[in-house]
Design a protein around this ligand. Structure first.
Ligand SMILES: [Fe+2]
Length: 249
């Protein structure tokens, strides 16, 4: 296996291992999956995520594109980033789907609430952190963001529908990412492992992945919130590597 492939395998193992961590006491998603999270608590959890999600969209994504070292790198990233901003307009931008979900859950999504969400000390600190990262570290950070959906969003969408009577449309943010981020994560695993060439670069990628999974919503999502998490980035990669057709003699 060449060096970038063995590094990709290490990254996939690193990320899969996060979802085997025991959840912290009172993890809201464990309670949600068990049908034991009161609606008011769910409103607080997801309402409280808005600032971080908007920062992902407004700080992380533009920085990734601005700092892309080549045209081909930027174009490759665009296939992951463009849908976040809506390919046919604001109606299919991912923050729109998240706001639709919040509204259906009964969270206030007024312009004032949105503006406040960006001004909390935690969100300002997150924006500062993102501005401090190199391009490679930003790639590690977006990779973490794109791995949540395939792991936990299908289970959460089902729990949200069952517990609060939300419609499939209201949970589209989750079902869409559960499906589409499988491909996006694959693209990013490829880019990150190709771009991280030196030992120091590879270590900085792994450090940002660890830091991210110990932080905010990534920490809450990135653990064993359900025994039904069955998507496995390592198994997928191993299967692809080992099931190539064998040439006949
Ligand atoms: Fe998204």
């Amino acid at each position: 296996m060449d060096d970038s492939k063995s590094f990709e395998l290490a990254l996939r193992k690193q990320i899969d291992a996060k979802y085997l961590r025991p959840p912290a006491a009172g993890n809201p998603f464990v309670r949600l999956v068990a049908g034991e999270l009161p609606r008011a608590d769910c409103q607080e959890v997801y309402g409280g995520m808005l600032g971080s999600l908007l920062t992902f969209n407004q700080v992380l994504l533009p920085r990734l594109l601005r700092n892309a070292p080549s045209v081909s790198h930027r174009v490759e990233l665009m296939s992951v980033i463009a849908p976040e901003w809506g390919t046919t307009g604001p109606k299919d931008a991912h923050p729109t789907f998240f706001l639709e979900f919040l509204r259906a859950l009964g969270v206030d999504v007024s312009a004032a609430m949105m503006a406040n969400a960006l001004e909390t000390p935690e969100v300002r600190e997150e924006a500062r952190y993102l501005r401090s990262l190199s391009q490679l570290e930003l790639l590690a950070r977006i990779l973490v963001g794109e791995t949540l959906g395939p792991k936990v969003f299908a289970v959460l969408a089902e729990a949200l529908q069952k517990t609060y009577g939300l419609t499939p449309r209201a949970t589209l943010y989750f079902t869409l990412h559960a499906h589409r981020d499988k491909k996006d994560a694959d693209i990013l695993f490829g880019i990150v492992s190709r771009e991280a060439r030196t030992d120091a670069e590879q270590r900085s990628v792994q450090r940002v992945i660890d830091e991210s999974y110990d932080y905010g919503r990534y920490a809450q999502y990135g653990c064993a919130i359900s025994d039904r998490i069955d998507y496995d980035f390592t198994r997928l990669f191993d299967r692809r590597r080992t099931t190539r057709p064998v040439a006949r003699a």
